[in-house]
Design a protein around this ligand. Structure first.
Ligand code: M6R
Length: 624
């Protein structure tokens, strides 16, 4: 899981590649490197351990110059982060340079073969075999050599390749890992995603598996591995050039939290316009007959997207009355699920490239399920293998911690469940009207919640130094608790656990003491009274408590408060409140998400953490 970028044209490649790599850092950031072909036909390479900023610094003391270059930001899989293991990797003669995203599964076997043939390796990476394979096959035609080399590989990859002996060319190829080619005037680009080169161009080719792109400054040729031409429409990137920049916010995560009112609006547009009209979901690609004959819906995803899937499961059973399951993608295949006729698998992913999710999708398809995906990034690997795709329309999400994508995933799953309920005729017109009306108000409610940011910040200031947190929820807000805890732990490194409040007495209550704070989701609905009980239990054990509750609730702030308690005992303090506008319980995960995102953000910011690039994490996990 890494990011690659490349430039061929008339401008200086290092600057353009560095800027692109900066936008790809979410894919990995333990080391980085660049290779250019110099004006006198040599390959010149710079590599560092660390982030793109470190590479930029190195280039100040040891500049690179050339109008053809490839760059890489790495997230180590084979071989520790080191200069030797950083990309670009070179052939023995130093004339061919390769950058790679993915994993070459048969690299050991290839390496032994190449070593036996006399090739010398300088790194522990799987990638280096590709540089040597191309060297082995190169006879003056770089593209032909790349195609031959790719035939020897097993695994997932996207490569960018340059060769000092073919100085007017760059070759790129992919299988299972994302790759786009950007189109300019007298200059062209390659990148792992569109965001990396959006500043330079809005016209791209999205490369498919086993397709090869030959780039010169003036043209791009697409072929298959047998060099048969491939016809591909130019995709015009629908978002503006500055959409991938921070736009005045301190972090991308903050910007993305604040984009939610507009993003919610965009997600609803064309799908829900009137509480008395049916939901329109043409991209779902399911006939009424198919929807009526559904026997089971299986949700699968990883991380935050899985939490959205848990909300989807709840809605599908509650609203559409279809038996539903939700599995972590990495676990689904392991349990070898029984797939009945008319089973629908709903795959959820922001990136559309998560390897575990892709594997789960393939397994469910093989077992006979129809697969619909709920995605953000357009034309991803998951999109291409799905029977239907519903895009959440969030725009690029750069912060490693998913925020707006989560909110829109839930919103989209609300729309799908309502659509199923409508088509199957299992929900009353009143219920449909009430829920649709609430969803239509979501952009405005999201803005109201953002306007309360200073209140959330004040609560974060009170708690950010505590080492432990417990997030509790029930029913449709159990996933909100799991997601709130994930957000807190991944960016602030506060140890946070999400639990069903019903499980409290079966273990987690043992953790309650003054240094462990609890976030209890206690909005009105079927489980409200039970949440009151949990809050009392926590306060009785001197546990500090933050509650997420509906505006105007007078009970929760004082629930469990003991006026006789010692003034230093939190049992005597009123609860801290994250207020949310009241909405029907079935849509409340959308509103509850926002203050929990802000709480995690401000706690992490106060702790001075790297919010957009938390340690050990990458935005897109393209390896299992
Ligand atoms: O791109 P995806 O939605 O498939 O990614 C799934 C998870 O890797 C992702 O949600 C991860 O858990 C985030 N770091 C959460 O903030």
């Amino acid at each position: 899981m890494c990011g690659i970028v490349g430039y061929i044209g008339f401008r200086q490649a290092p600057e353009i590649c560095l800027a692109g790599l900066g936008r790809l850092e979410y894919r990995g950031y333990d080391s980085a490197g660049l290779a250019v072909i110099t004006d006198n036909g040599q390959l010149d390479v710079r590599k560092v351990v660390g982030k793109i900023a470190a590479l930029r610094e190195l280039l100040q003391s040891q500049p690179l110059a050339g109008t053809i270059g490839i760059g890489h930001t790495r997230w180590a899989t084979h071989g520790k982060p080191s200069v030797e293991n950083s990309h670009p990797h070179l052939s023995c003669d130093g004339r061919i340079a390769v950058v790679h995203n993915g994993i070459i599964e048969n690299y050991q076997e290839l390496r032994s073969r190449l070593e036996a043939e006399g090739h010398t390796f300088t790194s522990q990476t799987d990638t280096e075999v590709m540089a040597h394979l191309i060297e082995k096959y190169y006879d003056g035609d770089l593209r032909a050599a790349v195609c031959r080399a790719v035939r020897d590989l097993q695994g997932a990859f996207a490569f960018g390749v340059i060769c000092a002996d073919s100085p007017g060319q760059m070759v790129a190829v992919r299988r299972f890992s994302p790759l786009v080619v950007g189109l300019g005037d007298g200059e062209n680009y390659i990148a792992s995603d569109m965001g990396a080169i959006r500043k330079e161009t809005d016209r791209v080719y999205v490369i498919a598996d086993d397709e090869v792109a030959l780039l010169t400054p003036d043209k791009v040729e697409l072929t298959d591995l047998d060099l048969n031409p491939v016809d591909r429409e130019v995709f015009v990137i629908p978002w503006p050039a500055d959409a991938a920049e921070k736009g005045g916010h301190k972090h991308f995560m903050h910007k993305e939290i604040h984009e939610q009112p507009d993003a919610i609006h965009a997600c609803l547009a064309g799908r829900l316009s009137d509480p008395d009209k049916p939901i329109v979901l043409e991209d779902l690609n399911m006939s009424e007959r198919e929807i009526k004959s559904l026997r089971k819906v299986v949700f699968t995803a990883c991380g935050t997207a899985y939490h959205a899937g848990l909300v989807g499961r709840f809605l599908t059973e509650k609203l559409a009355r279809i038996p539903a399951e939700a599995d972590l993608a990495a676990e689904l295949r392991a349990r070898d699920p029984v797939v009945l006729d008319n089973t629908l698998c709903i795959v959820i992913s922001q990136s559309g490239e998560t390897a575990d999710t892709l594997v789960a999708l393939r397994d469910m398809k093989e077992k006979g399920a129809k697969v619909i995906s709920v995605l953000n990034v357009v034309d991803s690997s998951i999109a291409r293998e799905s029977d239907g795709v519903v895009y959440i329309q969030a725009g690029p999400e750069i912060g490693v911690a998913s925020t707006k994508a989560y909110t829109l995933q839930i919103l989209t799953l609300e729309l799908i469940a309502l659509h199923f309920a409508e088509v199957r005729g299992v929900a009353s017109p009143q219920q449909l009207h009430e829920l649709k009306s609430a969803l239509l108000k979501m952009p405005e409610l999201a803005q109201t919640l953002l306007d309360r940011e200073e209140d959330v910040k004040a609560i974060a200031a009170k708690y950010y130094q505590k080492p432990n947190a417990l997030y509790l929820g029930r029913g449709i807000n159990l996933p909100s608790a799991l997601e709130g805890a994930l957000k807190m732990k991944e960016i602030s490194y506060i140890h946070a656990e999400g639990y069903s409040a019903g499980e409290m007495k079966h273990g987690p209550i043992a953790l309650i003491e003054p240094s462990c704070f609890t976030v209890a989701i206690a909005v009105h609905g079927e489980v409200y009274d039970k949440m009151i009980g949990n809050i009392m239990e926590i306060k009785a054990r001197s546990g500090p408590l933050i509650a997420v509750a509906d505006d105007g609730d007078e009970q929760i702030p004082v629930t469990g408060v003991d006026p006789q308690a010692d003034p230093d005992d939190v049992a005597g303090q009123p609860n801290d409140m994250l207020w949310v506008p009241p909405v029907p319980e079935l849509v409340s995960p959308v509103t509850v998400a926002i203050p929990l995102q802000l709480l995690a953000y401000h706690a992490a910011d106060m702790r001075g953490e790297h919010i957009d690039q938390p340690r050990n994490l990458a935005k897109t996990v393209t390896v299992e």
